[in-house]
Write a protein that binds this ligand. Structure first.
Ligand SMILES: Cc1cc2nc3c(=O)[nH]c(=O)nc-3n(C[C@H](O)[C@H](O)[C@H](O)COP(=O)(O)OP(=O)(O)OC[C@H]3O[C@@H](n4cnc5c(N)ncnc54)[C@H](O)[C@@H]3O)c2cc1C
Ligand SMILES: *[C@@H]1O[C@H](CO)[C@@H](O)[C@H](O)[C@H]1NC(C)=O
Ligand SMILES: *[C@@H]1O[C@H](CO)[C@@H](O)[C@H](O)[C@H]1NC(C)=O
Ligand SMILES: *[C@@H]1O[C@H](CO)[C@@H](O)[C@H](O)[C@H]1NC(C)=O
Ligand SMILES: *[C@@H]1O[C@H](CO)[C@@H](O)[C@H](O)[C@H]1NC(C)=O
Length: 493
């Protein structure tokens, strides 16, 4: 008996003494900001010895992309990042990249007949005008957005302390309670009405901002709405040389093994210890496959281009409900037709961006004069009499007649059709968010877009998945879905 006890004790000691195995191989699918960021954060968690393969079917950067006009590059996908987006700020700093020099310019809102709101050079006059037209609504909006952002910012503290969440709902609950979770069900229009923002302000201003950011109406969820309303001019920035440099930079930094291939299928192979995931992919017309301990999907599983099928999973991994929303970007090099906006003399047209409010006959969401991704010292915006590079966002490709209406003449037009954002109205009113954990070692990043789709949201989700995968791998359950984190961290500190 004693001998048995000693043997057991020795056996236990061996088990305890042995450090738990780290995963040996990890796959990441998609090299947008989500995939690049999760690669970086996974390496921070698991260490540099873990091999990370990153699959990309198309371009590094995904929806962060540029195109060339006249030998200069311009953002063709996501152009702006909010100043409070701390993960993006951190990447830029770590990679030695720079903020692009800001070039000031004025905005206006067009209602299909005339400009309804014109920004001036004078900040106080702008405030006065908003106050004059919309009264207290404007202040209420500002306070609401500030409150949401303040709560959202808590995520950086939680993540710095390595806390992870197993679902988007848990993450949101930790930031702002049930109220925050409800902000993914309730519409932004409804929520603003409830705090006393006038219908006129919603129709004239809010709807234009939401259209310009998501190409959708004020029926989108309040959280996504608040995030886009937080992006006022002056607190937005971009990366010198192009936002996509963050993605390529992170991949270079982590020395991830980038495989330019299309992932077709993921199959589960059970083993006595941990499951193995087989990733099948097509590269230059050849099919191959590799096995992994962990797989992170950092691309929308909704039908947006490169479908992935799942095999041997019980229950099966389903394609999430809902569709993505098409937004067409036209990059036009030419002369704006200022007469269309009521300025027959282009010299008097002072705006660099025009948002359009929801009206049945408005065929664009926004028209904006773009600066190149490299803004050199001494760069100035083109005057309205000069040919400039404009970005038109619209629900469908512009036809010749529309182009001839918006522009007096043009040298070139380049069109990109994006499956840009979730079509928030394409799922029922319950709007439950897609899962993060698809299987033991299979994670999904892009469900976050159904709470709010932005560059920083992808980075936040990436850090969460890296922490979640790490905490689950090593059974650190006290670091997952902890209630009342805010209070806990306050007393710990
Ligand atoms: C026109 C436009 C304007 C926007 N404006 C803003 C803005 O101002 N501010 C902001 O914060 N956000 C903005 N966004 C949203 C922002 O761009 C996205 O939320 C963010 O870039 C999403 O990044 P991601 O890495 O999650 O996805 P993606 O960038 O879509 O990356 C997914 C990658 O996965 C690859 N992939 C897909 N399937 C497979 C497969 N089977 N095998 C291999 N690879 C695959 C794709 O090719 C892609 O490169 C805008 C988006 C668009 C389109
Ligand atoms: C959230 O929504 C549910 C269901 O609509 C409701 O019962 C609950 O009171 C809401 N909670 C908060 C804090 O808004
Ligand atoms: C643009 O900026 C990036 C980042 O600073 C730099 O690497 C690149 O060389 C610049 N390109 C040009 C044409 O100046
Ligand atoms: C999709 O919607 C249907 C009907 O509302 C529902 O039964 C199903 O569970 C949903 N599927 C997923 C993956 O959410
Ligand atoms: C410019 O806009 C005006 C006013 O809408 C329109 O009459 C004209 O045809 C447009 N195009 C040109 C090339 O001026």
């Amino acid at each position: 008996m004693a001998l048995l006890m000693i043997l057991t004790a020795q056996f236990l000691q061996i088990c305890v003494a042995q450090p738990p195995e780290t995963p040996s191989r990890i796959a990441v699918v998609g090299a947008g900001i989500g995939g690049s960021a999760v690669t970086y954060f996974l390496q921070q968690q698991f260490g540099a010895q873990v091999q990370i393969d990153l699959y990309e079917a198309d371009r590094i950067g995904g929806r962060l992309a540029t195109l060339t006009v006249n030998n200069q590059q311009y953002e063709s996908g996501s152009p702006y990042i909010h100043s409070l987006n701390l993960h993006m700020q951190g990447f830029v700093k770590h990679l030695g990249l720079k903020h692009r020099k800001e070039v000031a310019g004025k905005n206006a809102i067009y209602n299909g007949e005339q400009l309804v709101l014109e920004e001036t050079d004078w900040y106080l006059l702008n405030l006065f005008r908003l106050w004059w037209h919309y009264g207290i609504s404007f202040l209420r909006l500002q306070m609401w957005v500030e409150e949401v952002m303040e709560k959202f910012m808590r995520i950086y503290t939680f993540q710095a302390h390595e806390y992870a969440f197993s679902s988007m709902e848990e993450l949101l609950r930790s930031l702002g309670g049930e109220h925050f979770v409800n902000m993914t069900h309730k519409s932004v229009g409804e929520s603003l009405q409830a705090i006393g923002v006038s219908q006129k302000f919603i129709d004239d201003v809010i709807s234009a901002v939401i259209r310009a950011s998501y190409g959708q109406s004020v029926a989108i969820p309040a959280l996504a709405g608040a995030m886009s309303l937080a992006g006022t001019p002056g607190n937005m920035w971009a990366v010198e040389g192009g936002n996509k440099l963050v993605c390529s930079g992170l991949l270079r930094l982590t020395k991830a093994n980038v495989i330019h291939g299309k992932v077709m299928a993921i199959s589960l192979h059970s083993s006595e210890k941990r499951p193995i995931y087989e990733v099948r992919y097509e590269q230059d017309g050849t099919l191959s496959s590799q096995n992994y301990d962990l797989v992170i999907i950092a691309a929308p599983l909704h039908k947006t281009g490169y479908p992935i099928s799942f095999h041997n999973f019980q229950p099966p991994v389903e394609q999430p409900n809902g569709t993505y929303h098409r937004v067409v970007t036209s990059i036009v090099h030419g002369y704006l037709n200022s007469s269309y906006f009521g300025f027959s003399d282009p010299k008097l047209f002072p705006f660099f961006s025009i948002l359009s409010v929801d009206s049945p006959d408005s065929s664009f969401f926004s028209i904006e004069s773009l600066c190149p991704v490299n803004v050199s010292v001494g760069f100035r915006r083109k005057t309205p009499q000069e040919a400039a590079v404009w970005r038109v966002l619209s629900p469908r490709p512009l036809d010749r007649k529309e182009l001839k209406t918006f522009f007096k003449s043009y040298y070139s037009v380049q069109v990109i059709e994006w499956q840009a954002f979730p079509s928030y109205m394409s799922v029922g009113p319950s709007r439950s968010l897609p899962p993060i954990i698809l299987h033991d070692g299979l994670y999904y990043l892009n469900g976050v877009e159904w709470a709010a789709s932005s560059v920083e949201m992808s980075a936040v989700a990436a850090k969460n998945v890296a922490l979640l995968a790490f905490n689950r791998w090593f059974d650190l359950h006290e670091k997952i879905d902890q209630p009342d984190l805010l209070h806990k961290l306050k007393t710990e500190l």
